[in-house]
Ligand binder design. Structure first.
Ligand SMILES: *Cc1c(COP(=O)(O)O)cnc(C)c1O
Length: 357
């Protein structure tokens, strides 16, 4: 039996979208491939609210995260971490020999303007990373608010991880002055894992030109140059299957309407939050709750693995807590094509298993 996925990626993929993965292959050096990538880029510009270039990568989001810090740090990177995925970005820096420092918020708390201001004022950094939606803690940073600080430092390349929220909640890349905004297919975009997408500003292009050891496969300038030189083609052989499905799914997303899609995610989140507050508690600071995944404090000390086993028998799966929060929290994702009806069915099933009234 297929278990309906309420985990923060991968997500369930609509049958017609899945079918598009089976489209017959085409040459990645033909006109058709250019048209496909250009169409995807034009649609992704709408999702990201940007006029800048869109890069595709045949990798999950982590590939572009690693490529971003490696390709665009000339001096030193400041990593603002609010959980596991911020920490991952720091690890990518050190493993690539990119000079970096990490500035942590307590798990469940956001990145603050004061922290960014204090760090950037030192003048030591020319690239920063921020996690918009931290999947490990169910927290969503307010990038618009934070941008009022980093906008005063025009020499800094701003990288934002929107892997678990882009296409599920609004992202305004140009207005928020984001240079590299990253997402991947298996979260709110509602596709299988295996492709990631980012924006790449002119400032990021100029910076990458000053960096010598950008690597090869995840050299973002390489991806950018290939688009310019080969009219929207990819440096190596991309997953054309993902591209067929992504192009199609973006049409569906735009047909639903981005604002309708965002409203649906918020409605979904509200149902889960209300349930969580009635029977458990919310893990992150409630002013910064994620619209796409809710991290719930395990105040009843339930055995989450056991709950998931029983849910599995009824055709559902949720997530335990991430890393050090494994037993302290559990997470219910409400992203991509998930409907209110499906969430209500999940919560009723959990109530039945745990005997909650
Ligand atoms: C899932 C996730 C990632 C990692 O993305 P992959 O596509 O699995 O490499 C990074 N950041 C956040 C916030 C995520 O939720």
């Amino acid at each position: 039996m297929h278990k309906k996925l309420f985990i923060p990626g991968p997500v369930d993929v609509a049958e017609d979208v899945l079918q598009k993965m089976a489209t017959p292959q085409i040459s990645h050096r033909g006109k058709e491939a250019s048209t496909l990538q250009r169409n995807i880029s034009n649609k992704m510009r709408k999702v990201f609210n940007t006029k800048e270039e869109i890069l595709l990568s045949t990798s999950s989001g982590s590939g572009l995260m690693e490529g971003a810090v490696r390709s665009c740090t000339a001096k030193r990177a400041a990593i603002f971490s609010v959980g596991a995925f911020g920490d991952r970005w720091f690890k990518m820096c050190t493993a690539n020999g990119v000079p970096a420092d990490k500035f942590d918020s307590e798990w469940g708390q956001p990145t603050t303007k004061k922290t960014i201001e204090d760090v950037l004022r030192t003048g030591k950094y020319d690239l920063i990373t921020i996690t918009m939606n931290e999947t490990s803690t169910g927290l969503m940073n307010n990038i618009e608010d934070l941008s009022s600080v980093y906008k005063n430092y025009p020499e800094v390349v701003v990288c934002v991880d929107t892997v678990s929220n882009a296409a599920g909640t609004e992202v305004k890349v140009d207005e928020w002055a984001i240079d590299i905004c990253i997402t991947s297919t298996q979260k709110c975009l509602g596709l299988p894992a295996g492709m990631s997408i980012c924006t790449f500003s002119k400032k990021a292009v100029a910076r990458a030109k000053q960096v010598t050891n950008r690597g090869v496969y995840f050299d973002l300038l390489g991806l950018y140059d290939c688009i310019q030189k080969k009219d929207y083609q990819y440096t190596s052989t991309p997953s054309l299957s993902h591209m067929f499905a992504l192009d199609y799914q973006l049409d569906k997303i735009l047909k639903e309407g981005l604002n309708n899609r965002y409203a649906r995610h918020i409605d979904n989140a509200k149902i889960v939050r209300t349930w969580a507050k009635k029977y458990f508690d919310i893990f992150p600071n409630e002013k910064f709750m994620s619209n796409t995944v809710t991290a719930i404090k395990n105040t009843r000390q339930i055995d989450v693995s056991d709950l998931n086993k029983k849910l599995g028998e009824k055709g559902f799966i949720i997530s335990n807590g991430y890393g050090k929060l494994k037993d302290e929290t559990f997470r219910i994702a409400h992203m991509a094509e998930t409907t209110q009806q499906e969430i209500k069915a999940l919560l009723e099933t959990i109530n039945g298993i745990l005997g909650l009234k």
